[in-house]
Design a protein around this ligand. Sequence first.
Ligand SMILES: [Ca+2]
Ligand SMILES: [Ca+2]
Length: 243
Amino acid sequence: MPYPRLLRNLVPCLLLSTGPVLFADSLSRKVLSTADGGWGADAQVNGTTQATHQNFGGSQIIAAKDGGARRKIYLRFDLKGVPLDRIAAARLRLTIASMDLTQSAQVDGITFRVFGLNDGARAGAARLGEDWPEMEITYGNAPANVHDERMASVGAGIERGGQARILGQSTLQGSLFSVGQSFTLLDSVGDPRVLNFLRADTNGHVTFIITRVRGSPDDNLLFAAREHTRGHAPPTLELDFHP
Ligand SMILES: [Ca+2]
Ligand SMILES: [Ca+2]
């Protein structure tokens, strides 16, 4: 039994399920979702030949897939009114809406990578910018997209759809998969990259891009979008603040 890896993945899950948390230093918490505010949005984009220019912004589910399946998730959170300078911790969470996994995924887990789109990324050269419309984004026009299912365009650019920075990578452990379960894909504890990304925001909204870097084309781990109607939570950005 690979205890270290199991524990590494189990601990964030346990933390997730604890509900209200008591903070020794009186941190306060705010949970933003992609359903909140004027900027909240979520969509998957699909790079398979027939779907490259199709929009899935209204779908109930979002998924990232590699292994030739080429799907990526775009999430945007409205940060209006959020005191960025007081953010002490941040977690990005998705909830499983349905799944159909191979045996190898159950054993080895599935690995996702999260990128942050550069603040101020502007539309151009047939790419949308940071203000991507949820009902228009496709694999063909998504900001910072490259034709590599595991990657985004990485760099400091903000023109022509902009570029992105990598914020983290996380393996969801197969033995824990169940519908309705929430997973933490990013946690600032131990990795401050997401904090730096959030604090650098200047226009009240941030976009995360999620890719999958280990799975098979037959692995379907589908997360709830904000449109989900059967009670599963939309993607959330959980923020703790210093007093
Ligand atoms: Ca959506
Ligand atoms: Ca921004």
